[in-house]
Ligand binder design. Structure first.
Ligand code: NAD
Length: 479
């Protein structure tokens, strides 16, 4: 069976204790590779390598750093199809999605920040005749990047790229659920000539090595994307050590549909915003709030479209592939049961599926629509992170603002209306870090990305990321 290895100090390395975990293909339920079950010694070795590489990398001319990062982008691009297959195999997402979205975006992340660092500048403040302040922005040193499984290489590279271009050395932990493309990235980094120790990728269980990373005194900042409870745990350890933290956490995003919207465009996009990547995108809209005059029309059209979605082998041209893991599959099904107990009516889906052939033991769930739940029930308050949405009618602007904001989360919202004033008012009133009007997941990598409330602390993207990964120092000179 294929063995995935750690990437430490420029080399592919077996975990020091020699232990491995099975890596399962979610479409079949079968193990297809082994991944390192790393422990504290592997993390220590990675941090030591990063520390040793720090001064040289931080002091390398930014154009030279950018050239190496651009080579990483080109390296992934040149192995595009291999990365696509690996991401789909590991995650269960349809190959077309990895080909259209995940891997091109990972390439773009490296390229975007390799270019961005060449335009990143610090400030000076002139004090009329008295003196001048200038602010330097230097790398932090050794930083950790921890990523989830839903968009594995996409989100992993979204953190690593700005950390590296800004001159930091990185200890990165991909999720144990989808480690494969991070492993391929190590091979690309070696081929691109990334100096040894600058990036170290340690595989293994978050429950085993997560705390070791948070506690490590030589790791000065942590950029984390994942669940809110994991974010809480990291903050509880790292905040008292005064580590810089960027936390991108869970969501329970509202989709707000007004009666005057462009119905056809809305329907097409809401289908995606509900079920793309099996609903496993932190930005998916899982609470669909529809203005009453078009509620029945929306319901009928949406149910018809959702029932027509195809689910099955990710290697085929299906709309939805497999759920990422057995644990997650069972969690989603338990939420569907909970929704029924809470009085919900299943309008579409609601069940697991068993595609014929090689996928009969895989983890598949039919895209599910639930109606008739209260806004405050658990199904509507807790993050399910699967192909499950609820639909609810509303009557007034005040009501829908209150519904949207009831959640402890505040990541993203999409609003559908042709009324410009209403769009602005809603965008202002809804407590989310990202608001889309008449669109969803229309991304500009320069914009601040992140959530409010329990959806996170800090922002990623553009200058926000480069500011996070640098330490400002102000120098004041009196004339
Ligand atoms: P998770 O929190 O279980 O795991 C995320 C990462 O943290 C993994 O690499 C895991 O190994 C690691 N980890 C686990 N325990 C740790 C610990 N104690 N210390 C340090 N690291 C630890 O999340 P997941 O199940 O992989 O991902 C799904 C979650 O991610 C959802 O809640 C989703 O909303 C969220 N997410 C958020 C965003 C965003 O941008 N806000 C994007 C994608 C996913």
């Amino acid at each position: 069976m294929k063995k995935i290895l750690n990437y430490i100090n420029g080399e592919l390395k077996a975990p020091l204790a020699g232990n491995y975990l099975d890596n399962i293909e979610p479409a079949t339920g079968l193990a297809y590779s082994l991944i390192p079950d790393s422990d504290a010694q592997d993390i220590d070795m990675a941090v030591a390598a990063a520390k040793a590489a720090s001064a040289a990398w931080a002091n390398m001319h930014y154009e030279k750093r950018a050239t190496i990062i651009e080579k990483i982008a080109a390296g992934i691009e040149s192995r595009m199809e291999e990365f696509v297959m690996a991401e789909s195999l590991d995650n269960g997402k349809p190959q077309w999605l990895a080909r259209q979205v995940d891997i091109p975006r990972a390439v773009h992340n490296f390229r975007f920040f390799a270019t961005g660092i060449q335009h990143f500048s610090s400030e000076s403040h002139y004090m009329e005749g008295l003196g001048v302040n200038y602010t330097t922005r230097r790398p932090i040193g050794v930083v950790a990047c921890i990523a989830p499984w839903n968009l594995p290489l996409y989100l992993f590279s979204w953190k690593i790229a700005p950390a590296l271009v800004a001159g930091n050395c990185v200890v990165a932990k991909p999720t144990e659920v989808t480690p494969y493309t991070a492993y391929l990235l190590s091979e690309v980094c070696i081929a691109a000539g990334l100096p040894k120790g600058v990036l170290n990728i340690v595989h293994g269980l978050g429950s085993k090595i997560g705390d070791v990373i948070s506690l490590h005194p030589d790791i000065k900042a942590i950029s984390f994307t994942g669940g809110t409870s994991t974010g809480k745990r990291i903050a509880s350890i790292a905040a008292p050590m005064f580590k810089k933290l960027s936390l991108e956490l869970g969501g329970k995003n509202p989709t707000v549909i007004f009666a005057d919207c462009n119905f056809d465009k809305m329907l097409k996009t809401v289908l995606r915003s509900s079920f793309e990547n099996q609903g496993q995108i932190c930005l998916c809209g899982s609470r669909i709030l529809v203005e009453r005059p078009i509620y029945e029309k929306f319901k009928m059209a949406f149910v018809e479209k959702v029932k027509a979605l195809t689910v099955g082998d990710p290697n085929e041209e299906v709309n939805l592939g497999a759920i990422v893991s057995k644990n997650h599959f069972e969690k989603i099904l338990s939420y569907i049961e909970l929704a029924k107990q809470e009085g919900g009516t299943i309008l579409a889906g609601g069940n697991a599926l068993k595609p014929n052939g090689r996928c009969e033991n895989g983890y598949f769930i039919a895209p599910t629509i639930i109606e008739g739940l209260s806004i405050n029930c658990r199904t509507n308050m807790e993050e399910i992170f699967g192909p499950v949405v609820t639909i609810m009618p509303f009557d007034t602007d005040e009501e829908v603002i209150a519904y949207a904001n009831t959640s402890e989360y505040g990541l993203a919202c999409s609003i559908w209306t042709e009324n410009l004033t209403k769009a602005h008012q809603m965008a202002d009133a809804i407590q989310c870090g990202i608001i889309w009007v008449n669109c969803w997941l229309l991304r500009d990598l320069r914009t601040p990305f992140g959530g409010m409330k329990s959806s996170g602390v800090g922002r990623e993207g553009g200058w926000e990321a480069l500011r996070f990964f640098t330490e400002p120092k102000n120098i004041c000179i009196k004339y």
